[in-house]
Design a protein around this ligand. Structure first.
Ligand SMILES: C[S@@+](CC[C@H](N)C(=O)[O-])C[C@H]1O[C@@H](n2cnc3c(N)ncnc32)[C@H](O)[C@@H]1O
Length: 395
């Protein structure tokens, strides 16, 4: 962890510059969190990382270390407002001989500082409060919280043992000793409860019930919700005696899904050309990839995933499959219009079209008019108010 004094001086300057940028962008709003950004040595938490290349074709990442790009460029990159990937497919990287990586899924990273800081500001945590973090990752966000609240007030859970070990060393190297736990963050950490605040930097399909038992009434849970097709966004819930409720934020930040909740490997069985019943479709496959409608599609079909394949006669079709129930929808767009062929126990495309139509009836609003209510028995996302149109989250 030791670095030449020169590195420390350059890094301190870069941290001030990063803090200026985050302030100008409106993400950093208080002097307490500014002081944390100026203090936390991100280069200790991401000494080596991967960045996406702009090469055309399949997404490829290249290694960035002092050796591969030189110390000056490495430090400059560390302190830019970017997400740096530190692990793929749950496997540690061989840093003795790092190679470019493609066809892989990032499984750990140091999140975009502007997103981390904005979440910390939204968390509204003050001196004397206890915070539970889910997804320690590199430990950088943990360090920011330790600086602001004191190590004794911070507990952080990481599911990956190697990731947690490196975070522990980096935190100790920068003088912080929070309680770090290796485990599934869905269980929280009952031993340190109750907490005033809970912040998750990986996405969950619904709110884990244990969190509500461990956060005090009046406390805040800040997490992203996500599905298998896309992220639903960031929610800020206030815990009550009965459960929790709150609103989505207007923008669309996305985190990697919790490891235990990743989609099943198999996409399901591709239906045959004569399976299902056909009808004209009101909406086509574009709703799956356009921000607002895609959010509605994710709510309406929480178990589904989609992909394109040639169908009858070689023309492209979009397959929407729910491997858990065997329900399917196949969408095609021809000169005569949009068509859907559906089958299985659940009419997937009927549900998607109904949700998108509701969203349009309400004026195609952004995410900020949606909220979440969590009770002991169910969790729902609603539009406008808790009695408005609603969609259950998977339990
Ligand atoms: C985006 S990274 C965290 C970024 C981190 N806060 C930072 O500043 O470096 C998400 C982390 O969540 C971890 N994770 C995934 N599922 C988890 C779970 N169920 N419980 C705890 N950690 C989990 C991943 O291993 C990964 O390290």
């Amino acid at each position: 962890m030791s670095a030449e004094p020169d590195t420390e001086a350059v890094a301190a300057g870069l941290r001030r510059r990063l803090a200026d940028q985050l302030e100008e962008g409106g993400r950093l709003r208080s002097h307490e969190w500014r002081s944390a950004v100026e203090a936390a040595p991100r280069h200790v938490f991401v000494p080596r990382f991967y960045r996406e290349t702009d090469a055309p074709g399949v997404t490829t990442w290249e290694p960035v270390t002092q050796e591969t790009v030189g110390r000056e460029e490495w430090l400059r990159l560390v302190y830019t407002d970017a997400t740096w990937v530190t692990q793929f497919d749950g496997r540690d990287i061989d840093w003795a001989d790092p190679k470019p990586i493609s066809n892989a899924v990032p499984t750990s990273s140091s999140t975009l500082p502007s997103l981390v800081v904005r979440m910390l500001e939204d968390l509204d945590a003050h001196e004397g409060m206890k915070v539970l973090e889910i997804g320690t990752g590199t430990g950088y966000s943990t360090a920011l919280m330790c600086h602001r609240l004191g190590s004794e007030s911070v507990t952080s859970v990481e599911t990956d043992e190697g990731v947690a070990r490196r975070a522990r060393a980096a935190l100790a190297g920068s003088g912080h000793t929070p309680h770090l736990l290796v485990g599934d963050g869905r269980a929280g950490c009952p031993g340190d409860a109750p907490y005033d605040r809970l912040i998750a930097t990986c996405g969950f399909r619904s709110i884990p019930p244990a969190w509500l038992e461990q956060v005090l009434p009046g406390g805040v849970v800040l997490t992203t919700l996500r599905g298998w097709m896309r992220s639903l966004g960031l929610v800020r819930l206030t815990v009550s005696g009965e459960g929790a409720s709150g609103w989505f934020s207007a923008d669309d930040p996305s985190f990697m899904i919790a490891r235990q909740q990743d989609a099943p490997e198999s996409l399901g069985t591709v239906p045959g050309p004569d399976d299902g019943t056909r009808r004209k479709a009101t909406y086509g496959p574009e709703v799956l990839t356009t921000s607002g409608p895609a959010f509605m599609a994710q709510l309406a079909a929480p178990q589904a995933r989609f992909f394109s394949l040639p169908v009858d006669g070689g023309q492209a079709g979009t397959f929407v499959l729910d491997s858990t129930t065997g329900s399917f929808a196949v969408l095609t767009v021809t000169d005569s219009g949009r068509q859907v062929r559906q089958g299985g126990p659940y009419r997937l495309w009927d549900a998607v079209e109904s949700a998108v139509a509701t969203w349009e009836e309400y004026g195609s609003p952004n995410r900020a008019v949606f909220g979440v209510t969590v009770s002991r028995n169910e969790q729902t996302v609603w539009l406008g108010n808790p009695n408005g149109p609603q969609w259950p989250l998977p339990s």
